[in-house]
Write a new protein. Structure first.
Lengths: 98, 164
């Protein structure tokens, strides 16, 4: 139960960060909090349910790699936005070009 | 048993403390340090649940890779501003209610699925490799393709750089 409350609490903190921060890097950090806590909860639940630890580890690794790829693309977007418009707050980014 | 509870408490403290710093600090570099503490706590939790390979991957990929990327991004985005990079936030009771309401829903919906303190069994790198290269080979290959696509996307997004 402790791990469930801990992970749910950190997921909530991550969501609060995403909802209240204005800086894109801070919002990405909030997303990382949500993904990390979800991954820990997944591994813990797999342990408690007696699932094959190899399968749980493999799926955990997949989540980890997908989250890393998301962070890399997100940070590349931040750097590009900053270089083009010198802005890094979501309140200043009100239009898209496409 | 006491040592195991101590290890759990240490990892939990790292996760919770790091998350609190990420949510509340106004200094962007402190936010990055808080994120690092949280990611180390996640690696500690993986170790606690017997997934040593995942913990190693977490430290290599996140603490060693993504965190350095974040520091580079902070340096590039805030280099012209001078002084310490600060973050703004609009603390809002409504946002807190939504976020922690979702937390409560998670606890309510999953409370039957969790048991005692200790994991039933651990795993090693070789068993993960057997799963990835055996029954889940397609997923493993797709993961490689995803990483390649992400890499190409990053190169395309960032582009050739500013002409001076």
């Amino acid at each position: 139960m402790t791990i469930l409350v801990l992970c749910a609490l950190i997921f909530g903190v991550g969501m609060y960060t995403v909802l209240t921060r204005r800086e894109i890097i801070a919002i990405l950090a909030g997303v990382e909090l949500m993904l990390g806590s979800a991954n820990v909860l997944f591994i813990a639940l797999a342990s408690f349910s007696g699932a094959d630890p190899g399968v749980a580890g493999a799926i955990g690794l997949v989540i980890l790699v997908v989250a890393a790829a998301e962070a890399a693309v997100g940070l590349a977007l931040v750097v590009t936005l900053s270089r083009r418009s010198k802005r890094s707050s979501i309140d200043e980014l009100t239009e898209v070009n496409g | 048993m006491t040592l195991e509870i101590l290890a759990f408490a240490l990892a939990a403290l790292l996760m919770l403390g790091g998350a609190a710093v990420v949510a509340l600090t106004k200094d962007l570099m402190r936010l990055v340090v808080g994120l690092g503490a949280f990611l180390l706590g996640v690696a500690g939790m993986f170790l606690y649940y017997g997934h040593a390979f995942l913990a190693t991957a977490q430290v290599f990929v996140y603490v060693g890779g993504v965190l350095v990327l974040v520091v580079f991004a902070v340096m590039v985005v805030h280099r012209a501003n001078g002084g310490r990079p600060l973050v703004t936030s609009q603390h809002d009771i409504g946002a807190a209610a939504v976020a922690f309401g979702v937390s409560g829903m998670l606890v309510m919906s999953l409370r039957e699925s969790v048991g005692g303190w200790l994991p039933e069994s651990g795993t090693s790198g070789s068993s993960i490799a057997q799963e990835l290269l055996g029954g889940h080979l397609v997923a493993f290959e797709l993961l490689g393709v995803l990483l390649l696509v992400a890499l190409v996307a990053v190169l395309l997004i960032v582009g050739p750089g500013e002409r001076r």
